[in-house]
Design a protein around this ligand. Structure first.
Ligand SMILES: C[S@@+](CC[C@H](N)C(=O)[O-])C[C@H]1O[C@@H](n2cnc3c(N)ncnc32)[C@H](O)[C@@H]1O
Length: 204
C-alpha cells in the first residue's frame, strides 16, 4: 500500500485540516510547560496526530466513545507519533472516566454535538479531575448574549438541530457559568478563523 492509499483509507475531516494550524498556534503557548493532555472526543484523530507531532514534550491522550474507537485508532496507529498514547474509550456521561489525572483537558467541536446534560457532565468531571492551575481548552463555535456571531453559525445551528434534538451551538455565558461552578475561570477567549473560538479556562 502506498502512503497515499493508506491516508485515503483513514477517517478524515476537512474542518480539522483547516483549523489544526490556528489551534496549534494558541495551544503551543498554553501547554508549553505541560507533560500530559487528555483530549475528549478525538473524532478522526487528526488533531491528536498533528498536535502530538508538533508538541513532542506532551503525552497526548486521545479518547472517544466506544463506537468510534476503531476508526480513531486507524489514524493514531498510522501516525507513528511516539508521544501519542493509545486511545481509550471515554463517554463524558460515564460514571468514572478511567483516567486518573491530567494537567490539561482539550476538546474541539464537541460541546455543540453532545446534549446539554452531557456538557454539564463534561465540565463537572473536567473540573473534578484538574488540579490547581490545570487547563481546560475548548474549541468551537459559541453564541454570545444569545446571538450567533455570524449568519453561517446560525445556519450551522439549524443544521445541527435538524440532525439531532441534542445538538446546538452553546451559549458562551452558560459554559463559563458551568466552568466557574467547578472553579474553572476564563483566562482568554481567542477569536479563531471561521467564526470559531478557543476558550482557555484555568482551575483556581
Ligand atoms: C464533531 S465531532 C468532533 C471531533 C473532533 N474533536 C474534531 O474536532 O473534529 C464530535 C465528537 O464527539 C463525540 N461524542 C459524541 N458524544 C459523546 C460523548 N457522550 N462523550 C464523548 N464524546 C462524544 C463523537 O463521537 C464525535 O467524534
Amino acid at each position: 500500500m502506498t502512503s497515499q492509499s493508506i491516508e485515503s483509507a483513514l477517517p478524515f475531516s476537512q474542518s480539522c485540516e483547516n483549523n489544526k494550524g490556528p489551534i496549534l498556534e494558541k495551544i503551543k503557548k498554553i501547554l508549553a510547560k505541560n507533560k500530559h493532555v487528555l483530549e475528549i472526543a478525538s473524532g478522526t484523530g487528526q488533531h491528536a496526530a498533528f498536535f502530538s507531532k508538533e508538541l513532542p514534550h506532551l503525552a497526548w491522550q486521545p479518547t472517544e466513545i466506544p463506537p468510534q474507537i476503531k476508526s480513531l485508532n486507524l489514524r493514531l496507529t498510522a501516525s507513528q507519533s511516539m508521544n501519542l498514547l493509545p486511545a481509550i474509550e471515554l463517554d463524558v456521561d460515564q460514571e468514572e472516566w478511567g483516567v486518573l489525572e491530567t494537567e490539561a483537558i482539550f476538546t474541539a467541536n464537541s460541546l455543540h454535538i453532545i446534549s446539554k446534560e452531557s456538557v454539564k457532565n463534561f465540565i463537572l468531571k473536567a473540573g473534578g479531575m484538574l488540579k490547581k492551575d490545570g487547563q481546560l481548552i475548548v474549541y468551537g463555535p459559541f453564541k454570545y448574549n444569545q446571538r450567533f456571531t455570524s449568519s453561517s453559525n446560525a445556519d450551522f445551528d439549524n443544521m445541527l438541530r435538524e440532525k439531532s434534538s441534542d445538538s446546538a451551538i452553546r451559549d458562551f455565558e452558560w459554559v463559563c457559568e458551568l466552568c466557574a461552578s467547578e472553579n474553572l475561570f476564563l483566562e482568554t477567549d481567542f477569536a479563531m478563523p471561521a467564526n470559531n473560538r478557543l476558550l482557555f479556562f484555568k482551575k483556581v
